[in-house]
Every structure is written in structure tokens, then in C-alpha cells.
Design a protein around this ligand. Sequence first.
Ligand SMILES: Cc1cc2nc3c(=O)[nH]c(=O)nc-3n(C[C@H](O)[C@H](O)[C@H](O)COP(=O)(O)OP(=O)(O)OC[C@H]3O[C@@H](n4cnc5c(N)ncnc54)[C@H](O)[C@@H]3O)c2cc1C
Length: 376
Amino acid sequence: MSRQRVIVIGGGVCGLGVGWKLAAAGADVTVFDRGKAGRESTWAAAGMLCPQMELRPQEEDISALGLESMKRWRAFAADLEADSDIPLHYRDEGTLFISADQDAAEQLRFLHDHQIELGMPVEWLSGAEVREREPYISHNVVAGLVCLDDHHIDCRGMTRALAEAFVRRGGDLREDAPVDGVVVDDARLTGVRVNGEVIPADAVVVAAGTWSGMLDGLGGDVKPPVRPVKGQMLMLRQPDERILSHCIWARSSRDFCYMVPKADGTLLIGATVEEVGYNKDVTAGAVLDMLRAAWGVLPSVYDLPIIETWAGLRPASRDGAPVLGATDVDGLFMATGHFRNGILFAPVTAEDVAHAVLTGETTATIAPYGLGRFAA
Ligand SMILES: Cc1cc2nc3c(=O)[nH]c(=O)nc-3n(C[C@H](O)[C@H](O)[C@H](O)COP(=O)(O)OP(=O)(O)OC[C@H]3O[C@@H](n4cnc5c(N)ncnc54)[C@H](O)[C@@H]3O)c2cc1C
């Protein structure tokens, strides 16, 4: 029997993850990226795996998907490191959510109580207990939550690892190769069009991030409703004697930021959430806001050198949840719309979308996230 020929459109965490799993299962896979693989939203991410911190009332379904993906993350990271020989620097000290005034502490109490109701492992900390864990945190901080099960990885290392693992498993990675659109004949996918040429395929996975709805040939009910939500970030360098060891989310009545200390001594501070279309400018106001929020709870950031600033575009679907799996067009699959949590969702996306392509079966985990939910 001939090998199944699959084309993946987009080489971010979604496309490379699905492509890697398909290639490892023996499929003949090509990933096309219109630029360099992994250099869009995936490159911009902080690498946090925080299903518990992200948990909000009304969003329990998305949180359940995040918790399921989180269960798989350690094994996913170990397999990826083994297949690529590139470390992901998985860090499991847990994440602290701290409040810099009484108003924010009340909001935190609400989150804490909601997590307790759902049976999540969460612990309340006084300001002094926060400073026992992180001695450089300001005395303004009055309370905190600790979520030991929320972790983080080196996102850029993960991107390089996915590309390397995909190619080592026999995948064909085509960079600087934009796909114009998909070719559909009588509700059956037949291939993609690249540079005017039709390339035949048995299956196509749309993983083009926030550009997923722009491909030619995706009309009506098979056009994923995704839009860009901009996020700006900063990278600082910590001194040899580190000033922070946990991933921190910090809120005051006026400001919010997160700070993510990486194994190489860099410290990421993020991120804005902006509806400004496809604009990726880094703005003075956003840098000012993020640094003010960080300085308010960790005054020592004042002296740290800024290494890099950037902005990325999160692919957000209409209901904020990812779009995964089969569509009404035979042979056409989706892996897009991952918004704030594409790195967290990487294991379920890679494994369950690859499973759908290979077997035609939709797992119970991704069944609620099909494109069909938008049809009505
Ligand atoms: C500032 C910021 C911080 C974030 N932090 C986190 C975090 O800590 N944890 C977390 O879980 N998530 C985080 N996210 C979200 C996460 O980055 C995204 O959900 C995820 O990267 C989306 O991956 P993707 O593969 O769908 O999209 P992308 O990474 O954008 O990849 C899509 C790819 O498709 C390519 N493409 C587009 N059109 C075409 C075409 N026509 N032909 C060929 N290729 C095409 C693009 O070039 C691109 O490489 C963050 C996002 C931002 C912006």
C-alpha cells in the first residue's frame, strides 16, 4: 500500500507538531511555511504551560483541554528531545500569581476559591510567604497563589526541536514557500496550490495561524474564523545571582504582567493583548506599561539590561477555543485558533490531529473543537 501523502500549511507549533507525529507514524509529509518555520506567533510565546492560571469562570471547557494537554507535556517534551537532541529546558518549580494591593488580592481570592471548587491543587500565600519563595519581591505584595502544576519550557528551543525532529523523521520542510490555497473537487480535497502549481495530496492540514482563513478555496463553512490578537514582550538578562526563580503573574488594581525566568538567565516580561489587526510594531507605551507592572512587584528589574523586544499575533477564533480535526471537506483538517495557549495545547494538537488524519477517527478530547461548531 502506498504511503499517505499529507501537506501541512504552516510551520508553527501546530503545523510542525502535527507534521512530526505524522512523519513518525510513516506518512509522507510536507510542511510549507511562507517564511521561516516557527518565526511567527510560536516564536513570540513565553513558553508557559499554565492551564490552572488560565482557568476562568465560563472557560472551564477550554481549561479541560489545557489540563489534558498538560498531562501529556512531560512525555511530549521527552520524546521531542530524544528525536531532536535539542533541550526544551522543562521547568517545574510551579507558578505564583501575586497581588500588589488589596483590590487585586480580592480578585485573587475569587480565583483561588473557584479553583478550590473545581478541586485544583492551589495554595494561598501571605505576602511574607511569597517573599520566602522569592526574596526580591516587593513588600507591596500582599498575597499570592501557588500552582505547582503550572510549568514552562524554552519556546524557541521547542521550535528548533520540532523542525529538527520532523526532518529527522523523514518530513520535507519547505520554507519561504507560501501556499496560495487548497484545491477542492466535489467536497473532496485533492491538493494545494503553490506558486500557481497544484501539488496533489491525500490530506491537508491547515495550520497557518492567524492567516488560516485567508487561503484560497476555503469558502463558506470550511473557512476558520480566526483573527490576530497582538502580544508584545520584552527580554531582560538576570545577573548571575538570579533575582527570580519562579514564573510569576502579577496584578495590581492598575497593572498586570507576567515574568518568566529562563534557564539561560534571560527573563521574559509580557504581554499585551491588543486588537490592532496585523500590526507588529513594538510601542513605547506597551514597554512602559509592562516595565512599570514588573517594577511594581520586582524593583530590581530597574537595573537589568534589555536584550530584545518583539510582538507576535495570536490566532484567536470567534469563541477563543482552538479549531481542531476533520471538516466537511473530505481530507481537509484544521489545527488553528490556539490564541493564548498554543504551546500548552501542543501535545493534544499534534497527537490528536495526526490521529484524525491517519485513521479518520476524532478523539473525544478534540471532538468539541471541530470547525462545524461555527456553522450554525
Ligand atoms: C506575546 C505572546 C506570548 C504567548 N505566550 C504563550 C505562552 O506562554 N504559552 C502558550 O501556550 N501560548 C502562548 N502564546 C500563544 C501561542 O504563541 C500561539 O497560540 C501559537 O504559537 C500558535 O501557533 P500556530 O502554529 O497556530 O501559529 P504560528 O506560530 O503563527 O504559525 C503559523 C505559520 O503559518 C505560516 N503561514 C501563514 N500563511 C501561510 C501560507 N499561506 N502558506 C504557508 N505558510 C503560511 C506562518 O508563516 C507561520 O509560520 C503567546 C503568543 C504571543 C503573541
